[in-house]
Design a protein. Sequence first.
Length: 337
Amino acid sequence: MSSRRNFIQQSMLLGTLPVTQWDLDRQKKAAPIVISTWDFGKYANQAAWEVIANKGTALDAVEAGVKVTELDANNQSVGYGGLPDRDGAVTLDACIMDHEYRCGSVAALENIVHAISVARAVMEKTPHVMLVGPGALQFALENGFKTSNLLTPASEKAWKEWLKNAKYEPVKNIENQLYQPQNSKVLPGSRDNHDTIGMIALDQHHNLSGACTTSGMAFKLKGRVGDSPIIGAGLYVDNEIGAATATGVGEEVIRIVGSHLVVELMRQGLTPQKACIAAVERVVKRNPARAKDIQVGFIAINRKGEYGAFALHDGFTYSVKTAKEELVLQSDFYFKK
Ligand code: ASP
């Protein structure tokens, strides 16, 4: 009899379950880690880290983290101050997922700053995963969320400027132009017309969670929903394997169910970095010509706290926080010059 079978039988006799790889990983000292998309993720990571450092859960951490970005008027791609749809309405998409496959999501939500918290309420207070549009707003109001105008003067100005030509054209991210928080010298709208904060975290209890929130494509068609609130596309968490989240043109991420793909690739043994590369390659393979003109980026972590990122093009940055370091990193990318 093999020693493994022997061991399993003995374990059963003793009334204990056999030790799985997952259990072995749990015994390893996995460093807590928070990782998020873009350079502005650095500020979100700091809020998330406060929760993690105080032995809080990854779920609380990612919510607290991305709320910082949602509230930042200078960030025109997430929450308050987000660029509106083509009719001038700021509509938010967000989702959240924890270590037990619990998840919640809202799409095309208007007039509520913290879409991520509404998504969490959907997860915790309803038997559903996703609420959209007026239904999501009604649910938010019934659960004590307050309405406010999300369209800042800067975003209204950018929209009015766009209306002059009214051309819907997602652009690639501007290379090496780092975001600055309040009092930014970066002019509104000059960075890009889309971005998202996706955050994934591994806490001191060895649990993973993730959150993803955006105002989506600037000047989008009314009702357009991207990947960010779609569980599996914009975000996916499997506590036995790892977590991934996406940014970039959501339609391309949805087509390959990007974040779920990254997690499944890690399940097959790939490192987070290699899994992100393979998912980006899938985007290219599906439509090489389109991939040349758009940006898509993924970040991922596994249960050991290893992380990776990869994008179609130069210009994608991501932020990492561990007990030892705080980093803003340039992601590697597919289309080299
Ligand atoms: N993924 C977002 C969307 O498609 C936008 C972005 O991250 O750039 O709505």
